[in-house]
Design a protein around this ligand. Structure first.
Ligand code: SF4
Ligand code: SF4
Length: 341
């Protein structure tokens, strides 16, 4: 393995990129083993459906929504990824906020983090240009990639990946729709049905709508310090949703997605409790960092997992439930995973 890594910048075995038997994912460079036993560093194969760039129709579930939702298929909320004419992809490093979604979605492990920024190697200097492989071979390649044994992980969750994300996200989220799109993309990656309001939609001001079991969850994404506004916004959303879209069932609840969780004495928790007692409307709270940590650990959210977003629980418990190593969580991180005393 170490010999192989050293070869990365030098010439490597030039083989047509077919007959994949194993993909060994690694944050320092994933390695593909072919049926004949050759090993080659993973490079972008220019997949037809580009899972690194776009969600499929099946993942977006557009027809499940009774309200108009945005049709944006972008996996990258900051528009940092583009598809080149030959089918390979390019990433604009200055736009990448290090959410890792594209990294996790590449079945070949061809995208990796370099200094916490997504990078992808061009294949042309290393392996045969996939655009020159005929279509049949390419179809076979995609099937091989899907079936191939995959080991390891391409993304290491640690303090530095977290710090980098929070720093870049706090700047980027001021731009229109980036936060809503990122939260949508994290929930979709977690296996949920989730939509955001369409650009220019002035009737519906719901940030996000999520379906779980027989329940509709309206999500308010609040990144400013003024978190006390968010329960009121959730109640507005529920009222509009029920009135405009004739949803007279009681199975509508609220969710608030925050960058950081306020400390346990904050007014927010009392307001949420009062709303539940008086109006019987349940509002849960989750931090973006918790969602990110679940995504980075390839969790598929079950309906029962939402129980951990109950304000009386700690977001951190869901990480433990999914056996995620939480040893990197230290003092400064408590407001991301649990409320400070
Ligand atoms: S980066 Fe990966 S997922 Fe994206 S087109 Fe290339 S091989 Fe396919
Ligand atoms: S890591 Fe996230 S922000 Fe960066 S290019 Fe990939 S999807 Fe975009």
């Amino acid at each position: 393995m170490s010999k192989l890594l050293k070869q990365k910048t030098k010439s490597m075995i030039e083989i047509p990129f077919t007959n994949v038997s194993e993909i060994s994912l690694n944050p320092k460079g994933s390695v593909v083993t072919t049926n004949s036993g050759n090993k080659v560093f993973s490079k972008c194969a220019g997949c037809k459906n580009h899972p690194c760039c776009a969600f499929s129709d099946k993942e977006l579930n557009i027809n499940k929504f009774s309200i108009p939702v945005d049709l944006n298929t972008n996996v990258c909320s900051t528009d940092a990824i583009s598809i080149n004419k030959d089918g390979s992809i390019s990433i604009e490093s200055n736009k990448c906020i290090g959410c890792g979604l594209c990294v996790l979605r590449c079945p070949l492990g061809a995208i990796y983090f370099e200094n916490n920024i997504a990078s992808v190697d061009s294949y042309d200097t290393v392996i045969s240009n996939p655009s020159k492989i005929d279509e049949l071979k390419k179809e076979q390649l995609l099937l091989d990639i899907e079936k191939a044994k995959k080991t390891g992980t391409v993304l290491a969750v640690n303090k530095s990946t977290f710090d980098n994300f929070y720093e870049k996200f706090s700047k980027a989220s001021a731009q229109f729709q980036i936060a809503d799109l990122l939260v949508r993309n994290l929930f979709i990656q977690l296996g949920c049905i989730y939509g955001i309001r369409r650009r220019g939609d002035v009737i519906n001001r719901i940030d996000g709508i999520l379906f779980k079991n027989n329940e509709t969850v309206l999500n308010e994404v609040e990144l400013s310090e003024d978190v006390l506004e968010s329960p009121r916004a959730v109640l507005d959303d529920i009222a509009i949703y029920k009135y405009k879209f004739s949803k007279n069932d009681n199975k509508t609840s609220g969710l608030i997605t925050l960058a950081h969780l306020p400390n346990s004495r904050a007014e927010l928790w009392r307001v949420i409790e009062d709303i539940q007692k008086v109006l019987h409307v349940k509002i849960d709270v989750v931090s973006i960092g918790t969602l990110l940590c679940l995504v980075w650990n390839r969790v598929s959210l079950k309906d029962s997992d939402f129980h951990f977003f109950d304000t009386k629980k700690k977001n951190r418990l869901i990480l433990e439930e999914h056996k995620i190593d939480t040893s990197f969580i230290e003092d400064g991180y408590l407001s991301i995973f649990e409320t400070k005393k």
